[in-house]
Design a protein around this ligand. Structure first.
Ligand SMILES: Cc1ncc(COP(=O)(O)O)c(C=O)c1O
Length: 385
């Protein structure tokens, strides 16, 4: 069983709880991260581990400081030139959010407003690209966390590539929960505080050769997020453009080592089981899954509609203050309508699901939505072998 250094239980879809072992990996001697060759070798080795995790055969990967938002802005600011047409696959809060970044960097967003309760249909994307031959870039969110939707990364990326556009993918809340393959993708972004179970503060960014071509042609309009500078520094000087934080790098290394020790196949299987159990529990509580079908739902988070008369804030306050478990509401147009339970990283276990649904079921009963906790927990137990 994983040990934490706190008794509070976070079953939110990020930030997730940090295991004690990962905290301990952060307590090391301070390093001069610019000058210490050992540290730079350690960082480069970690980049190779990420290549393994993300199936990057060709291309570069960097770990930058900053939350995942920095990764998203880096991707857009380095590739979108004035007037570039960007197809925004919008089936969620983060999907939609890409349009604002594109506008900020003077691109022209072409919003593909889809049903937020469904995974994007690759045929619709094919048709949109067929109709708009002048699209330079496409953005996709693999798992749109606020709606709990998972998009079909391998099919969508194939379609986008067949049209020759550059594909930017936000995989912040899917990495380490299901297979993420860099094939046919040009920029892929990850964060640290989701399934990797480490503190917020790192962004992972993978860049294909095709993306580098576009980056070279795009005049970067800023200072801090200059990807060309990262490439130049690592290709010629084997060091960082700015001072790196060593403790977070150690935490990421510990997290990846744990994933490889467990085996990626078993990690993904554990998440798929957790999803199955979570959906069964939801059914036992008579709650409605936000994604229209189970297949659209992500293995990292379950999003469900709040039953009539149940207020989001009251529900979350009860689960947290009375039962010691934090679950999440949602954002944007889903705020107040949808609540979420995270099962990413170490959260994806029989115990954590029992804890989450026990708190949820009891709180709902307290608020007058009658249900059977025994049935919900039984459904979870039956789903785990
Ligand atoms: C899909 C997705 N993308 C991006 C982000 C932004 O990450 P951060 O809060 O680390 O900037 C989040 C955060 O929840 C997310 O769920």
């Amino acid at each position: 069983m994983v040990k934490y250094y706190t008794d509070e239980i976070l079953l939110t879809p990020g930030p997730t709880q940090i295991p004690l072992e990962i905290y301990q990996s952060m307590i090391t001697k301070a390093k001069n991260t610019d000058l210490d060759e050992d540290f730079i070798n350690f960082y480069n080795n970690l980049r190779n581990k990420l290549k393994n995790l993300l199936n990057i055969n060709k291309g570069d990967v960097y770990i930058m400081l900053g939350e995942a938002m920095i990764g998203l802005e880096t991707a857009i600011s380095n590739t979108v030139a004035q007037g570039d047409k960007v197809l925004i696959i919008d089936n969620g809060v983060y999907g939609d959010g890409f349009k604002d970044l594109v506008k900020m960097y003077k691109g022209v967003p072409l919003l593909m407003g889809l049903d937020w309760r469904k995974s994007a249909d690759p045929n619709d994307i094919d048709r949109a690209l067929e109709k708009n031959k002048d699209v330079d870039i496409v953005t996709l969110v693999h798992c749109d966390t606020p709606s709990g939707i998972l998009n079909d990364l391998s099919q969508v990326s194939k379609v986008v590539k067949s049209h020759g556009a550059l594909l930017i993918v936000d995989a912040v809340s899917s990495i380490a929960t299901t297979e993420v393959s860099f094939n046919n993708i040009d920029i892929l972004i990850g964060g640290s505080q989701k399934a990797l179970n480490i503190p917020a503060g790192l962004t992972i960014i993978a860049v294909s050769d095709y993306a580098w071509e576009k980056i070279k042609k795009t005049e970067y309009q800023g200072y801090y997020m200059n990807l060309s500078l990262w490439k130049e520094m690592f290709d010629y000087k084997n060091t960082f453009p700015y001072t790196m934080n060593d403790t977070l790098i150690y935490a990421l290394d510990a997290s990846l080592n744990n994933l490889f020790k467990e085996g990626l196949e078993s990690v993904y299987e554990r998440h798929s089981l957790a999803k199955k159990a979570s959906l069964k529990a939801l059914e036992a509580l008579n709650l409605e899954l936000y994604p229209e079908k189970e297949t659209y739902s992500s293995p990292s988070v379950t999003a469900f509609l709040l039953p009539k008369g149940i207020k989001d804030k009251e529900l979350r306050e009860l689960t947290w203050k009375k039962y010691g478990v934090m679950i999440a509401g949602s954002w944007g147009k889903l705020e107040g309508k949808v609540a979420r339970i995270g099962h990413m990283g170490y959260q994806a276990s029989l115990n954590n699901l029992l804890i989450a649904y026990s708190a949820l079921s009891r709180s709902l009963n307290d608020l007058g939505y009658k249900n059977s906790t025994t049935n919900a927990l039984g459904a979870i137990e039956e789903s785990f072998p």
